[in-house]
Design a protein around this ligand. Sequence first.
Ligand code: KMH
Ligand code: ZN
Length: 283
Amino acid sequence: MPSPAGTLITVAPTGAELSKAGFPQLPTTLEELVETAVSCEAAGASMIHLHLRDASHQPTLDQGFLRAAVQALREQTSLVVQLSTGGSVHDPLEQRLTVLDAKPDSCSLTCGTTNFGADVFLNPYGFMSDLYRQAQEREVVPEFELFDLGHVASLARLLDAHGLPYGGKVHVDFVTGVPGGMPGTPAALLAAVAMLPTEVTSWSATGIGRAHLPIAAAALASGGHLRVGMEDNIVFARGVPVTHNRELVARAAHLAEVMQRPALSTEEARTLLGVKDRGHRRS
Ligand code: KMH
Ligand code: ZN
C-alpha cells in the first residue's frame, strides 16, 4: 500500500462508556454533537464516528436519535458520517443491525468478539456477515474495526466470502489498548498492519487512554490515518483533561502537518473511503 499524501482524521467524540455526570464536557445532546462536529471539522477532522445518547444521556440505538443526528450533521457539516454499530456492550445484536436504517455514509463493523474490560463486546461471525451483506445492499461503506490480530484474519475471511464493500475501498481502523484487545503499542500495531489482506486500501489507528499519542505517532510514521476523540481518550496531557474534542483533533492535525501528511479535506476523505453521495453541506 503506497504511503498516503494526506491524513484522514476521524473524531469519535462520545462513545458509549463514559457518563455525562462523571464527564460533563462529553457531547451527548444533538446540539452539543453538532457544535462539536462543526468545530472539529474546522480543526481538521473529515469523518465523525457517532454513538448517540438519549434524553438521559444514556447510550441509545433508537432510530429517532440516529436519524436526527445523521440529518443534522449532513445539513451543518460536510463530514463523512459514520454510525457505530457496536453500540454499547449491552445492545442486542438484532438492534445493532438496525443502525443501517438511518442511512449513514459509513458504519463501523467490528471483526470479532473481544473482552472489553469486565464486559464482552460480542461480534460473532454470523453477525459480522449479516451486517456486512446488509451494508453492501444499502450502499453503506463499512469501517472494519480491528481490536486484535484475530480480527485481521476474520476480516480476510469476510472479504473472501462476500467480496468488496460498496464503493470498492476497504478501510480499517485499529482500536488498540482496550483491556482485552491488542496492546496499544507500536509493535502490536505494526504486527497487525503487516497481516492486513491485500484488499485493504487504507487504515487508521487509535490508542485508548495513554496509548493515544504513541499509536498516533506510529500510525503517521507508517502510512496510517488517525482516529481521536473522547470515546478513546479523555486526558490531553499528564494532569490535563480534554475539555473539548477539538483539542484532540487540532493536535492530530498539527502532528499530521509536521509529518508532511496534512489533514485531508472532507471531499478527499469521501474519495478515499468511496462513500456514496447522499447530499451534505458543501464546504
Ligand atoms: N462501545 C464499544 C462496546 C464501535 O463503535 O463499533 C464498541 C465500539 C465499537 O465502540
Ligand atoms: Zn465506537
